[in-house]
Structures are given as C-alpha cells and as structure tokens.
Design a protein around this ligand. Sequence first.
Ligand code: 16G
Ligand code: MG
Length: 674
Amino acid sequence: MEKTTTFAALLPLETRRKFIRLCLLSPPPTKDDDDENSIFFSYGTAGFRCNHALLDAVAFRCGFIAGCVAAYEDEEEGGGASGICVTASHNEASDNGLKIVDGRGHVLSERYESACELVCNARTEEALEKALDAFEEKVFAFKKEREKSREAAVVYFGRDTRESGERLVERAKEGARVLGEDVVKICDRGVVTTPMLHYFVYAHGKAVEAFYEEEEEEKQKKEGREEEMDAIAERLRVKVDAATQELAYFKRMAIGYLSLIEEDEEKKSHGTDGDFRKNVVEGLRANATGLPPLHVDCANGVGFVAFEKLMALFDVIRESSSTNTSHATTTTTRKEIALVLKNGPSDGPVNLNCGSDFVQKNQRAPDTSSSRLSFVNQRCASVDGDCDRLVYFSIEEGGNFLLCDGDKLSILIAFFLIEQLFLAGLAHKISLGIAHTAYSNGAFTKFCEKNGVETVCAKTGVKNVHKAAEENFDIGVYFESNGHGTALFSEETVELIEKELVDELTRMSVEQQLKKEEEKSLQSVILTTKLKALLTLKATIQTINPAVGDAISSVLLIEGILRKKGNMPFQEWHAMYRDLPTKQTKVKVRDRTVIECFDSERKCSKPEGLQQRIDEIIDSFSSANDDNNNKNMNRAFVRPSGTEDIVRVYVEASDAATCEAIAKKVEDAVVEFC
Ligand code: 16G
Ligand code: MG
C-alpha cells in the first residue's frame, strides 16, 4: 500500500504538544529517584507488566496509544475502535499490566511494539518527539486520509479484580482524552475478563460493518443532508452499543452452547427416534449417566464474577422457556450445565495458591483455605486471574492428580471437529490442524502423528500460536500447554459451512414436498446426518469467542463436546494418551537476553556452546539399555522468559527421576554459560 500522509499530519500539532507536555509532567519512575537509573518498561509477551506502583505513566501513555490506534489506524488494519485491558493475568496481586487490543479485537499487532516501548520509556521532550515520529514511521505507514465523516472512534476499557485496576484505568483514560472527545470516545466496561474486552472491540467492528452493509444505499441517498446523517449516526450508535454489552457476549455463547447440546436433549425426549440418531451418528456408548457438575477454580479473580453472570443468564433462559413451552417439566428441572464456582475475589488475593498457572505448573489442586479439600473426587477446571487460560483436572480416590492441560483440550476439540467435518462431508474441503508450542508434551505430538492430525510448533505466546493456527489451517485449533487457546475458523470456512447448511435445508425441503403424507412426520424429525453435523459446526462457531482464546467460552465448548460424546467421563478423556513426566524450573541469571533461540525455541544458538552442552547432557542420560524409542524421548530446552527476569528450563523424560536429574544439570549449564 502506498504511503500518502504522515502521522504528524494526522495527529494535530496541538494534540502532540499537549501529550508531550503531560508526559513531561509525570514521567515514568526511576530507581532511587535518580534519572540516570531509569527503569526500562519492556513490551513483554503480552504488553507491559510489573508492580502496579510503577505503571501510572505507562498507563497514561498506553491510553494515548490506544486512542491513536482507534482514531487514526485504517479500519482494515485494526482501527475504528481499540481496547485497553488493565490486568496482570496469572501474576501476583501486587502486579498489574496493560494490554492493548486492536480494532479487530486481537492483541495489538507486533509491528507496533517497538514504538510502544519508545513512547512508554521516553523521559525528555526530545525522546518523546522521536517516539512519536517512530509512530509515524511504523504505525501509520499504511494510513491514507482519515474520512471526515467518520464517527468518533471508541476506546474500550476493562480491568480485572486487582485493587490497583481502577486507578490505572483512570490514568489510561486520561491518556486517551488528550485526543479530544470529538476524536475518541471512552467506554469503560468496568471489571471484565480479558477475553470479554477483546470481544467488545471485535463486536464494535462487526456491528459497524454490518450497519454500513445494510444502510449503504440509504446513506448514499441522504448524503450531505445534515439532520439525516445525524439520525444515521444515532442509529449506528444504538446498534454498536447493544452489540458491545456484556449481555450480547454472554448470549452469543450461551445460545451457541444450547444449540450444541440440543440434539442430546431431543434424544432424551424422543425415545426410539433418539436411539436411532445415537446409533447412526455417534456409535453406541453404554452407561451415559450424565456428567457430574464441574467445579471451577476461578483463581480468586474476575472469572468468578463472569461465570456467575453466565449462570444467571442460563437461569433466565430456562425460566422463559418453561413459561413459553408446554414441556415445562423437562425444561425447568433440567440443568443444561452445572458449575460449582470456587475461589472468587473475596476468597483471597488473586492467583494465590490457586488458578490455572498454579495447578498446571505444580501439578496439584488449588490450595486455598476455602477450597483445599473441596476438589477431591470431583471433575474440576481452573482458570487464571483474567480468565483467558483453562485447564481441567481431577484427583482420584487415592490422591492421584490427573491434568488435562492445553494439549488435551486441543486433542478433544480437534477430534470432535474432524468427526463433524467427516459427517458433514466437508473433510476434503476444509483443512484442520493443531498449533502448539515447545512446551507441548512429546506424548501429545506423537499421539497426533499416530492419528494423522497435522501439527505445527510455534514460539511461546498467544500471538505466535494464534498466527501459526491462522496461517496453516482452515480450522486451526491451538492451545499452549498452560491453557491459552481456542479454535480459529477462517472466514471462508464459516461461509462454506453456512452455504452448505442452506443448500442442505433446501434439498431437504424439496424432498419433503415430494414425499407422501404418511412419511412426512418421520422425515421431519429425522434430520440427516449431514444436516446435524452442519448444525453442530455452526453451534461450535457460535460457542467460541471469535476474538481471542477465552476460558468461559472454552468451558462451554468442552462441556458441550463431552455431553455430545455421550457424557464422556474425565478419566476417559485423560487416558487418550499418557503424558511423559516433565519438569519446569526457573534460573536467575545476570542477563537473560544473552540467550537466543531458534526452531520455535526448542534450541538455542547463543550463548555459544550452551546447546552443545544440553545435547551432551541428554545423550549422557540415554544408556545402552534404552531402546531407540526411549532414547528419543528425553529432551530439554531453555528460553528467556518474556514476562519475568529469569530463564526457563523445560525437561521431558521417560521417568520423573531422570527429569529431575537432567533439569539440575541443565540449570547448572545455564548458570555457567549466562
Ligand atoms: C504470557 C502470554 C502466554 C505465554 C506466557 C509465557 C498472552 C496473552 N500471554 O502470559 O501466552 O505462554 O506469557 O510467559 O500472550 P514466559 O515468556 O514468561 O514464559
Ligand atoms: Mg491470562
């Protein structure tokens, strides 16, 4: 695309001056109040994150950046709206952070990162001028002319339950306000999960798009007539407002989930016909006695609040359907989903001894005073402090801990979708695969290979795995082992599924008209296998948060799939393959950035000699007695963390003791080389 104008020309000089003046009034903090000793704020794996007390200036500047993205970025490149999430996810309660969301509802594109860093670290007028120029160079390079007629852009704000959140949201709003209210409107959505905020921004863009598609003709007719334009702008505002409310978010997912499990409910109420479908579509599964409730560890965080709202919506739907239908008894007594919520914001500091990070890294149940024993012998799930990670777990009778991490979420979702694609007759038209990171268990990749499911390995971080899933497959399922992830459907795939659905319905209705009266009633209840699979795929798409991986949406999807798989017990899901023992440790070094990785972080090229040492350590643990399989099983890698000032060590081996021993040696090597 041709560069036609510059940032300076877009951002009024007055605004630029005002921003610089305000930045100089409250500069980022230094260590010991010494200007020489400034703290560097780095744009980490997922935005700026550190102790909350250091973040005021960064919040102000991020607010301004988000305002610029919404106001001046091309809509196709992610302008028109943007978002700021104030959260430090799974970090301790005293930390906080800023994540910027672009107009498509995705994390801010990587090309902005260095400019964001410059803006957030600049301490002098000169540095601020330079930082803003960097924006001109990198950020707005694609921008053409800003349309005069465009309504004010919107920045959405949201925060998790951390105490410092309210203050930092206010700072960020001040930053956005520098642009002026006629340029950027502020929309504070209060305490919400990170994926909810992503969804609001996504829904904003979609609502605007749909509105203009509908109104294009009308708008053209009325072009130039002030009062008509005002009326259009007001109608648009109302539509966008409705689409970006919490209720719209919860409704989308709840209705998606109810459609997903619908046929099972029919099965229950339609006797023999239900049996017929069960046989044809899913194969026989004995003893489907219903799933026990899911106990959800909400990390003492915002997930608790959000799940409560979801459950309240299910109650409303249930009540209204019971007053509207004659099958009152079946609908009122039935719980479509049973969740027992644990570890809410009032139970303790966010993430302390609970949450998905604690559960996945320590391989044990949450250990808060309010929940210590309540997870034993239950089917459980755990989310993180901002509710974008999810893992499932269970503790067996004898205390044995079973984890279904991101890998197993991927497998369950991918296998389910593959099955539906086959039933819908679309398997040859739509490619499906899994994207994962180096942290995925070797047993997982082997299992995928054995079952003919394609996989790609990407670097750590949602943005990398998301991209890999998007670029490699029509349906890209991706999860990091830590539970971040989702299933991405390309736009063409969604269109294809919808088109096939319409075609199938048309075909059926034509056939129906040709059928004799007596055959009709049976025909009308027995939906064809293909139609059912298409409806299932459509419901799956609706259940998934289209903007970003979302623990709430993933719980609904997994619960839906387990129900559709004849109430598949947790143990059966867990036993699909057996994880190899792993060990993850952290090493504190002087400068972690001396480590440089390649091969999706499975190997390192710097410092020189470190990779060779790791290889030697691995070799020294494969004895002559090992068969080839065992030899290849052990692996280890090191990478600098993107969220903490440490080096992470990962080891996988055929048994736990070997894991420990290798980890120890690799740690020593890291200390020696770094
Ligand atoms: C952040 C990332 C997560 C990644 C983790 C790695 C997002 C939303 N979150 O939490 O994807 O796995 O960092 O942390 O991108 P590390 O670099 O410290 O190992
Ligand atoms: Mg998180």
